[in-house]
Design a protein around this ligand. Structure first.
Ligand code: F6R
Length: 240
């Protein structure tokens, strides 16, 4: 794993944007695996600013997202589909047919997971962006998830519900279940870029980089990926 430590969040976002833009400019029909959450917001702002200033072309780019809350329609302001449109996809002018995310409202969850697995096999990702849960999760693969898992429905850990409650009116409104890409497909990406910012990620970053590879800390599997880059700000890297 290549480790880049930056002074602060702003520098982390800038460095991440350089890496993403290198992929986009190097291959005009790249497949980008994308994440939601607070951490990539700075990166996404850089990508939109670059698109507006330099006209970087996204018309043939395809995107695949990690996860979606179960029970939220794409129109819901807290759905990840909505988050992606608002914070990145609309700003880059990516045709919506080229953007993919699980359908949180799918009536047949098993069929939805199979559909998404087939999509992931058909669209090998050139780069997969990840954030990191304070409990070491990647996407919504919570501790204990088998490394071989494909797309599945997950019951969110209480710590994840607490972490995500800040984006809802109250913790009660956070959906308890989500669809998530499994670790098997995360590991299939050609390159992985994980961003970690803030002191509440320091323990998970330490375990991910220096600890044993264990399903109890899902991000530790990234030690086995041949081209994984971690960008952490000083606070997140404090225990390394
Ligand atoms: C988001 C996702 C999650 C987040 C993680 C960190 O699509 O899959 O794994 O990346 O929970 O979230 P933030 O960035 O809000 O700290």
């Amino acid at each position: 794993m290549k480790i880049i430590v930056t002074e602060h969040y702003e520098a982390l976002s800038r460095r991440a944007a350089e890496i993403m833009l290198e992929v986009v400019r190097g291959k005009r029909n790249s497949v980008l695996g994308l994440a939601t959450g607070t951490t990539p917001l700075g990166l996404y702002a850089y990508m939109i600013a670059d698109h507006e200033k330099n006209g970087t072309d996204y018309s043939d780019i395809r995107t695949v997202n990690l996860d979606e809350y179960r029970g939220l329609p794409a129109t819901h302001a807290q759905s990840y589909a909505y988050f992606m449109r608002k914070n990145l996809l609309d700003g880059l002018g990516i045709p919506s047919a080229n953007t993919h995310i699980e359908n949180g409202m799918a009536a047949d969850a098993e069929a939805e997971c199979a559909r998404y697995d087939a999509l992931l096999e058909a669209l090998p990702r050139d780069i997969q962006l990840l954030g990191l849960g304070s409990n070491g999760h990647i996407a919504f693969n919570e501790p204990g998830t088998p490394f071989g898992a494909g797309t599945h429905v997950v019951t969110l850990a209480e710590s994840t519900v607490r972490d995500n409650a800040r984006l809802f009116a109250s913790a009660d409104e956070v959906p308890r279940q989500a669809f998530t890409m499994g670790i098997r497909h995360i590991m299939q990406a050609k390159r992985i870029l994980l961003l970690a910012s803030g002191a509440n990620k320091a323990q998970a970053v330490y375990g991910m980089v220096r600890g044993a590879v264990t399903e109890q800390l899902p991000a530790s599997v990234l030690q086995l990926h041949p081209d994984c880059i971690l960008i952490a700000d000083r606070e997140a890297a404090a225990k390394l």
